[in-house]
Design a protein around this ligand. Structure first.
Ligand SMILES: Cc1ncc(COP(=O)(O)O)c(C=O)c1O
Length: 446
């Protein structure tokens, strides 16, 4: 392991096994030091939508680096790539946006969201509005504030988190959370009723916003149940609470729509973007603010004299140039259309997985899937967590030349580059089925 701390890794196990060292990548495949190929079915960290080694993105970075290797947008300076990207994003997102703020990671975007929500509430004289509602099993990042919104124990334990502005409502996982005989729509209505009860308990005058991922990622790759966003946005509207849409994973085509909010039919007040924004070739994130929020923040800053928020590398010319090129490629190559096309086969393979003795739930949308491994399908009985069944599947998958992501609750995700072809999807599932069979054999032996 050497001197490097490996995030979100079981460090004791890593000390024994050592990490898988990836040396290079091309398309949807990466290669280890021995030259073995892996289908990278996670796009790295749900991020490199155009896959590895895209020559156009490499050229865009190189050209911009030669022209203006660094620039910032502080103190009256600006540059063309950042301004052009802000305009391009504003034109792309499916809600009326005012201004765009650039940061370097999803966590920074979500921290900025919290600060902007407080800033706007203070500007309106609503100075008690501090609490942000998130959900159990949500993942919104790891900086102090975004980690507080994340609803996962290892992100909080021994870090003295969450901070006390964060509140967590239910994780809307129908497979695990539904009562006997409850329909998806009834379950969604119950989730919304619980949200409303939380809002009333806390006092709506103390709540600044709610944050959601359209599909929940690192907390378990969980799709929203039918009618969920309809039900919760009705509650938020009733109390005039803004909705922050964390599209860090779902932005730019993952669900078969440009954005997850369009897929699930809701309109946010602000949006966080990262990852596929630059196909993860360089670190960049964006906060998209509604026209109303932008105007309030703008006016408050004019009163104070300055907008006291920003990052040295936020809107970096090279990262913004690469993001601009990424968006141009998404449009020119019709990546969203391609996702819709290949998703049919992807979802067919996924549905077939439900016949496997180990698979309790296999749900997907676009090119995103969440799968849960169970000891007993009929009774939905989970494995003993200590057995680490999903981790074991991850290891068998690597042996078969496939990278997937084990998640809490013996779940795992598939989130391949959006450029994956139908043949590559067939190959992905062939490797996955072999890994599942090996895991089943192991689970019966162990
Ligand atoms: C939905 C969501 N929000 C925020 C983040 C945090 O992004 P970053 O790791 O760039 O800080 C992630 C990272 O996986 C994410 O999936």
């Amino acid at each position: 392991m050497g001197a490097l701390f490996h995030p979100f890794s079981a460090l004791a196990q890593l000390e024994q096994s050592g990490p898988l060292i990836i040396e290079r990548g091309q398309g949807v495949r990466v290669y280890d030091q021995a030259g073995k190929d892996y289908i990278e079915a996670m796009s790295g960290l749900w991020s490199t939508a155009l896959g590895w080694g895209d020559a156009e993105l490499i050229d865009a970075a190189t050209e911009q680096m030669k022209k203006l290797s660094y620039g910032h947008v502080f103190a009256g300076k600006s540059h063309e790539p950042a301004a052009a990207l802000a305009e391009a994003l504003k034109a792309l997102v499916p809600f009326p946006t005012g201004k765009v703020f650039f940061a370097c990671s999803g966590s920074e975007a979500n921290d900025s969201q919290i600060k902007f929500a407080w800033y706007a509430a203070n500007a309106r004289g609503q100075t008690r509005k501090k609490k942000i509602i998130s959900r159990n099993r949500a993942y919104h990042g790891v900086t102090l504030a975004s980690a507080s919104l994340t609803g996962l124990a290892p992100v909080h334990q021994s870090f003295d988190l969450p901070l006390d502005f964060a509140r967590h409502t239910d994780c809307p996982h129908y497979y695990r959370g539904a009562e006997p005989g409850e329909s998806e729509r009834d379950f969604s209505r119950r989730m919304a009723a619980n949200l409303e009860a939380l809002i009333q308990r806390e006092d709506p005058a103390t709540i600044a916003a709610m944050i959601v991922e359209p599909v929940m990622g690192a907390g378990g790759a969980i799709l929203p149940p039918e009618g969920y966003f309809d039900a919760i946005t009705q509650v938020l509207d009733k109390y005039a609470l803004p909705l922050i849409d964390d599209e860090v994973i779902t932005g730019f085509g993952r669900t078969g729509e440009w954005f997850g909010c369009a897929k699930y039919g809701f309109e946010p007040d602000s949006m966080s973007l990262a990852k596929a924004l630059s196909s993860a070739y360089l670190p960049i994130s964006a906060v998209m603010l509604s026209a109303e929020l932008s105007d309030i923040i703008d006016a408050e800053s004019k009163k104070i004299g300055v907008l006291g928020h920003g990052f040295t590398y936020g809107g970096h010319p090279v990262t913004t140039a690469v993001a601009l090129k990424t968006i141009e490629i998404y449009k020119r190559r019709d990546i969203v259309g391609h996702v819709r096309h290949v998703s049919v086969g992807f979802l067919k393979h996924l549905a077939a997985l439900e016949d496997h003795p180990l698979v309790g739930e296999a749900k997907g949308v676009g090119l995103f899937a969440g799968i849960e491994l169970v000891a007993d399908k009929a009774g939905k009985r989970a494995f003993e967590p200590a057995r680490g069944v999903a981790q074991m599947l991850g290891r068998f998958a690597e042996a078969e030349g496939l990278i997937l992501r084990p998640l809490p609750g013996d779940r795992f995700a598939l989130c391949p580059p959006l450029v994956i072809t139908a043949d590559e999807i067939d190959e992905l599932f062939a490797r996955l089925n072999k890994a599942l069979d090996r895991t089943l054999e192991w689970s019966l032996r162990a």
